[in-house]
Structures are given as structure tokens and as C-alpha cells.
Design a protein around this ligand. Structure first.
Ligand SMILES: NC(=O)c1ccc[n+]([C@@H]2O[C@H](COP(=O)([O-])OP(=O)(O)OC[C@H]3O[C@@H](n4cnc5c(N)ncnc54)[C@H](O)[C@@H]3O)[C@@H](O)[C@H]2O)c1
Length: 288
């Protein structure tokens, strides 16, 4: 531990950048592979980690360029232990009846094809090294339910999450672990919302009452890339403040029914046994 080498796609901004900072804190050498040169150069200056971090200008949907970025990583730092596929865009917006097929394809190229390309070429390098490795992909809560993200993006993220399991199976004999995080709403430039903007969903749609910050997800990525996660592969870790756990929140609907508010006890249905539901709790939760 300490002299490992990671390549982080989308490492110039948001959760990718927070992941780079985590890895640098653990003594890694890191390559940021990103399309946005200006933001990447600013990030490099702010991280101030000398020659332990460098930027390679890359479009991760382009196979030759992604393969070249992996090659440059090995040339510069001598090996590759960790690949984090964090690059992403919102992609095509609008009703399915209006989405241009080219915009749909662009979304899939950046969100899903890129993860396949990285998995393919990093897998080759890690396998040849013979010392195992870790790949961590970025899925999304949008992959789990239709109401959690825009269409093309959500379908592509579902692909990323399934590719994670497929790759975990294929790479297990080489001790290369492949996992994913599925973030909820995180305050990054991609969604452009602040903690203040998110107030209406905090403690409601998202049960935890504080906004998701990039470092909360980066901490999980860092764990999945570490030896502490040595027995975890093919796993999708949801990091969403409880949104998916809350699900459709039908409980809210029931609690909104005044007839059911404040009832406690047990309903034994049609068993013939006595139920004991009675009214002892007021709406605020105090006993009467
Ligand atoms: N922010 C959220 O709420 C949220 C939720 C779920 C999943 N995600 C996913 O998390 C990941 C990180 O997103 P973020 O919110 O930190 O976004 P961000 O916009 O802050 O960072 C994404 C980075 O990816 C880079 N990038 C985009 N297309 C690229 C390409 N073709 N080649 C190379 N680099 C490219 C961008 O230049 C940018 O630096 C993405 O995969 C995103 O889809 C985000």
C-alpha cells in the first residue's frame, strides 16, 4: 500500500476529482484522464501534488485514446493497479418521442462504451502484471428505477452496473475486482445544484437530511479500491442518502390518511386472533 497507481477518468471535476484527492492522500500516483483540459489544469494546480499526479487529455469513448491514456500511465508510473471510470455526461434529454438517435448514441458512447473500453484495456494490463487490481465504475440510482434520472442516461447506467458484474466474473481468476458505486444526488458541476437548491428533497425524497457531497462517494470508491474490500467483487454500492431504500414511500401516503395517523399496535388481519391497534401516538410522535 502506498505506491499504487490509479487512472481516474473524469478526474478533473466532481466525484472523479474527489477520488483523485483521496488516492493522493493514500500515497498513490494518479493519472487524470479527462476531456476538459482547462478544468483539469486548474484541478492539477489546486491538488498541488507535484509529479504524483498528471493529466492526459482523453476522450474515453474513443478506444485508441483511452488505450493510449492507459499506456501513458504505465509508461509514467510503471504499472496500473486501479481504474476508476468516473467520466460522465447527462446525455440526451427529452421525451423518447423527441430524442435524436445520435444524441442517444452519444450518451451510450460516453456513459457505457467508455466503461467497456477501460475495462478491456486496463484488464489486459492488470492481467499481464499478475498482481491483481481493482476497477470501480460509476453507476447511478437512475439505473434502479424509471423515476430517478433521464432516460438514455439511466439505461446506459443500468448497462454499466450489469457490465460491472459481468467483468467481475471474468476477471476474478486474475484477482482483479470490479465494483461500482451508484450515487444519488451529489452536488457536482454535472447537476449544477447546491445544497440550498436541494433543501426540498432533503429529509423527504432523500431520507438523510443533508446534501450529498463528492467526497462522500469518493470515500466509498477509495474503500472499494483498497485491500479492505479484498473480498468484494461484482457489487453495486448505492451511496444516495437512503433514496432507493425509501422506494416509492407509500408510507407517506398512508400517514397522510388522517384515519390511520397516530395508530400503534398490531393488526392480525383475518386470522381470528385479536388485533390491538389503538390511538396513542400523535402526529409529532409523542404519546398521549
Ligand atoms: N452528480 C450526481 O448527482 C451523479 C449521480 C449519479 C451518478 N453520477 C455519475 O458520477 C460520475 C461523475 O459525475 P460528476 O457528477 O462528478 O460530474 P462532473 O461533471 O463534475 O465530472 C465529470 C467529468 O467527466 C469528464 N468527461 C465527460 N465526458 C468525457 C469524455 N468523453 N472523456 C473524458 N472525460 C469526460 C468531464 O470533463 C468532467 O470533468 C459520472 O459518471 C456521473 O454520471 C453523478
Amino acid at each position: 500500500m502506498g505506491n499504487e497507481v490509479a487512472l481516474v477518468t473524469g478526474g478533473a471535476s466532481g466525484m472523479g476529482r474527489a477520488t483523485v484527492a483521496r488516492f493522493l492522500g493514500r500515497g498513490f500516483s494518479v493519472v487524470i484522464a479527462d476531456l476538459n483540459r482547462e478544468v483539469a489544469e486548474r484541478t492539477l494546480a489546486e491538488l498541488d501534488a507535484g509529479d504524483r499526479v498528471r493529466f492526459v487529455h482523453t476522450d474515453v469513448s474513443d478506444e485508441a485514446r483511452f488505450e493510449a491514456a492507459i499506456g501513458e500511465t504505465v509508461e509514467t508510473y510503471g504499472r496500473l493497479d486501479v481504474l476508476v471510470n468516473a467520466a460522465g455526461v447527462g446525455g440526451a434529454f427529452g421525451p423518447l418521442t423527441e430524442i435524436e438517435a445520435d444524441d442517444w448514441d452519444y450518451t451510450f458512447d460516453v456513459v457505457l462504451r467508455s466503461v467497456f473500453l477501460g475495462t478491456k484495456h486496463a484488464g489486459r494490463v492488470m492481467r499481464a502484471q499478475g498482481t491483481g487490481g481493482a476497477i470501480v465504475n460509476f453507476g447511478s440510482v437512475g439505473a434502479f428505477a424509471a423515476g430517478a434520472g433521464v432516460q438514455a442516461y439511466s439505461v446506459a447506467k443500468a448497462g454499466v452496473q450489469h457490465l460491472t458484474r459481468i467483468a467481475a466474473l471474468e476477471y476474478a481468476p486474475d484477482r482483479i475486482r470490479v465494483n461500482a458505486v451508484a450515487p444519488g444526488i451529489i452536488t457536482t458541476p454535472l447537476i449544477g445544484l447546491t445544497a440550498e437548491d436541494l433543501k426540498p428533497v432533503l429529509g423527504t425524497v432523500q431520507p438523510l437530511p443533508y446534501a450529498g457531497e463528492p467526497d462522500y462517494v469518493a470515500g466509498v470508491v477509495s474503500f472499494l479500491a483498497s485491500d479492505d474490500a479484498r473480498f468484494i467483487t461484482g457489487e453495486i454500492v448505492t451511496v444516495d442518502g437512503g433514496m432507493i431504500a425509501a422506494g416509492p414511500q407509500l408510507g407517506n401516503l398512508v400517514n397522510n390518511n388522517p384515519a390511520l395517523r397516530g395508530l400503534v399496535g398490531v393488526n392480525r388481519g383475518s386470522t381470528g386472533e385479536k388485533s390491538s391497534v389503538h390511538r396513542t401516538v400523535d402526529v409529532a410522535g409523542g404519546t398521549r
